[in-house]
Design a protein around this ligand. Sequence first.
Ligand code: ADP
Ligand code: MG
Length: 568
Amino acid sequence: MMLPAYYVTLAGYIGLATIVALGLVLLTGIAGQTSFGQASFAGLAAYATALLPGTPPPLALLAGLVLTGSVAWLLGLITARLSGHFLALCSVAWGISFSALFGTLPWLHGFNGIGGIRPLTLGPLSAADPLVTVAVIWAAVALSWLALRNLLDSRPGRAIRTLAAARDMAESMGIDTVRLSRATFVLAALAAALSGFLFAHFQRFISPTPFSLTASIEYLFMVIIGGAAHLPGALLGAVLVTLLREELTDWIPRLTGATGNFEAVAFSLVVIVLLQRAPGGLFAVLRARLPAAGAPVRAAAAAPAHAAAPPPAAGPAPPALVVAGISKRFGGLAANQDVSFTVGAAEIVALIGPNGAGKSTLFDIISGQLRADLGEVRLFGHPVGRLPARHIAARGLARTFQHVKLLPGMSVGGNIALGAHLAGRCGVLRAMLRADRAEERRLHALAAAAATRVGLADLLGRPAGTLALGQQRLVEIARALCLAPRLLLLDEPAAGLRHQEKQALAALLRQLRAEGVAVLLVEHDMGFVMDLADRVVVMEFGRRIAEGVPAAVQADPAVLEAYLGGAP
Ligand code: ADP
Ligand code: MG
C-alpha cells in the first residue's frame, strides 16, 4: 500500500476515538449523564484481550465486552439514581481508581505495559499490514454509528431522549427511567470497550496511560467540541481533537523552543474559545449553514381510529378515582389538607381554586410523582398511593402538566409517540438491529391518530418547541391519549388556547367521556369549566371548600368568598 504509515496510524486513532465518542454522544449529549470514566472502560477491554493471548479475537472481544458491560452495570446500579454533578464526580472516582489499578496490579506489568499483542487478521489478509486493522476499526465505526442511529430513531431511543431533562414526564408515560439510564450507561461503556479491544490489536502494546482520567477528559472534549447531541459530532470531535493534539505536540516545541506540556495549555485554550463561540458544538454550527433537509411529515393517511376501550361492565364499576383524606406538607406549608373527592367512571370533574390552592400538588400525588403524607388514592378500586408513576400509568391514568413538558427539539409526532411507549415492547437491542419497524409503524400510527383527534395532524413533523404554547398543550393531550387512558388528568389544558380551540377541546373531552373515559381537569376559565364539567371541586389553601354540580358551586358563599377575595 502507498499510504504513508503516519496517516494510516492517524486514521486508526481517529477511528478508535470516534467509537468511544459515539457512546458518549448517547450518554452525555443525549441522555445528559456526564462520564469521566470512558477511557477506563476502554482499558478494561484492552487489558482483557491482552491477557488472553492465543484466544481467537472474537472470543477475546466477547470477554472484553462482558467484563466491561458487567462492571458498567454494577457501577450503574450504584450511580444510576445519581444525577448531574454527583454522577460526574462518581465517574471521576472510578476513572482514577481503574487507571491506578492498571498501573499497580503486578500481573498487569504496571507502566511497562503488555506487548506482543497480535494484530487482527481478516481471513487470508496479512496480519502484518496495519491497514487491515485500520479497515476493521473503521468497519466498527460504521457499525456502531448505524446501530446508534437506529437506536435513536426508535421506541427506546425516544425514551432515552427524555433522560436528560424530562424524567418525571417519562415516568408518567410508563417509562422506567432508572433502568433505561443504566442501559444507556452500559451501552456507552460497551462502545468504549469495543474501541479498547481494537486499540490493543492496533497498537499491539498497552499501558495505563491511554486509559487515564486525562484520556477520558479528552473524549468528553471531543463530543463537546464536535456537538454532543448528534452522532456526526462524535466524528467531527474525534478528528479535530486527534489532529489538534498531533499538531500541537509537533508545533509547540518548535515555536517555544522549550519542552514541556505546553500543548495541554494550548489545547485547553482552544476548547475554551470553542465553547464560548459554539456552545452547541461545531456540528450545530455546520448544520445551521446547510439547507434544511426533509419535508414536513404528514399524518399517516390510514391511521386506525384510536379507541379507549371502556372497561367491561361487570356489575357496578368502581369510581375511576377516589381521593381520601390526602394531606401533603412542603416544610411548613400545607399544600393539601385532608382533601377528599371522587371521580366517577365516565365523568368530567373540574378542580378549581385560586393559584397556590394545591391543585397541581394533588395531581402529582394522584399520578404518583409525589407521595402524600396522609390519606389514600384509589384508582378503579385499587389503592395506588405506594406505586411509582409508571405503574400508575400502566393502570390507565394519563396526565398533562401545567408547565408543559415536551422535548422541544423532537418532532411533534415523536413527542406524542412517547405516550405510546407502553403499547410497544421493543428494547435497545432490537432497535439497534432495526428489527422494530413493524411495531414502530404501529406506534406512529397511534401517535398520528391521537394528533388527529386534537387537530395537530398537519404538524407531526414540526419540532415541538416551535409550536405556540396552546398547541404544545394539545401535544401533551395527544401524548396522554396514546396511553389509551381510562382516567385523564389535565392541568390547565385550555390555557393559551383560542376560543375555537377551546370549543374543540371541550368537544373532544365530551367525546372521551362518551367512550367511557373519566376526566379530572384543573382550569381557570370559568365559562369553559361550568359548561363542561359534570361536577366541580373547589380548593383554597390546600383544603376542599366546596363540591357539587356547577350551578350549586357557583352559588356557594364560600366559593364566592374565595374568588372575590372577601371584597365588599
Ligand atoms: P395550584 O396548582 O393550585 O396553583 P400548587 O399545588 O402548585 O397550587 O401549589 C400549592 C402550594 O404548594 C403553593 O404555595 C406552592 O408554592 C407550594 N409548592 C408546590 N410544590 C412545591 C414544592 N415542590 N416545594 C415546596 N412548595 C411547593
Ligand atoms: Mg397548578
